[in-house]
Design a protein around this ligand. Structure first.
Ligand code: PEP
Length: 255
């Protein structure tokens, strides 16, 4: 495996935090810590209502803006939903799909993750696709099967060309927002399993070029070790992405 074949991506998932005015304030702080950090892509995934303000505030910077979900239909009677075209028209180019909180609280399934992924890619968005095992699945020793199955279902029907716009975030559900982080070895092993699965679906070249992030309580203290692993090509960061100094340390660790 050659790490130089793929991009390192540091992405923040703000979850349901920050009003538009608060978002602009945080972005002003993030601009300082993100300046001239050329060795990784930096993305912030903000609540829908913050998107216009975030796109405007990030203009002329290296910070890219993403959403946290997208619907798979182009338009229609889907009250409360947002389409890929709506995001693109705002200047949004990234979207998180299949986050464990959406799977846990909003009925997201592997099938809807696949539908959303295909719709987002067809519209031209880049997808941050989240997968990860539950605690009981890890304890039962079925992490590899779960990750492989989720990856296969999410990527069903995609072309190798479309994979150029897919970032996979390996996020063990037991580590998200809990303060419990996977060890660097666990993260590397799991990202390696996902990469092998991508190779089995497509080929080694596609797998080698796919960015696979780790997410789950990554913070200023543990980022350097996690990001030093061969198969960990960046991070999807929740809590620590809301604190500019901490997010800055994580960006620096990715340099
Ligand atoms: C996330 O929201 O994807 C996440 C990893 O959250 P946290 O970093 O807070 O665990």
């Amino acid at each position: 495996m050659n790490r130089n074949l793929r991009k390192t991506v540091i992405a923040g998932n703000w979850k349901m935090n920050k009003t538009p005015a608060e978002a602009v304030k945080l972005i002003e702080e993030l601009k300082v810590v993100a300046e001239n950090k050329k060795n990784c892509d930096i993305i912030i995934c903000v609540p829908f209502v913050d998107l216009p303000a975030a796109v405007e505030a990030c203009k002329g910077t290296d910070i890219k803006v993403g959403a946290q979900n997208v619907h798979f239909e182009k338009s229609g009677a889907f009250t409360g939903e947002i389409s890929a075209d709506m995001l693109l028209e705002l200047g949004v180019n990234y979207v998180i799909i299949g986050h464990s909180e959406r799977r846990q609280y909003f009925g997201e399934t592997d099938d809807t993750v696949n539908l959303r992924t295909k719709a987002a890619l067809e519209a031209g968005l880049t997808v941050i696709l989240c997968i990860g095992e539950l605690l009981n699945e890890r304890e039962d020793g079925i992490t590899a099967e779960v990750l492989s199955m989720q990856t296969k279902k999410a990527l069903k029907g995609l072309t190798a060309e479309q994979m150029k716009k897919v970032i996979i975030a390996y996020e063990p559900v037991w580590a998200i927002g809990t303060g419990k982080t996977a060890t660097a070895q666990q993260a590397d092993e799991a990202c390696g399993i996902v990469r092998d699965t991508v190779a089995s679906i497509f080929d080694k070249a596609v797998a080698d070029a796919t960015t696979i992030q780790y997410g789950g309580s990554m913070n200023a203290k543990n980022a350097a070790e996690l990001l030093s692993m061969e198969n960990v090509d960046g991070g999807l960061i929740g809590g620590a992405s809301l604190k500019a100094p901490d997010f800055g340390v994580i960006i620096d660790a990715a340099q």
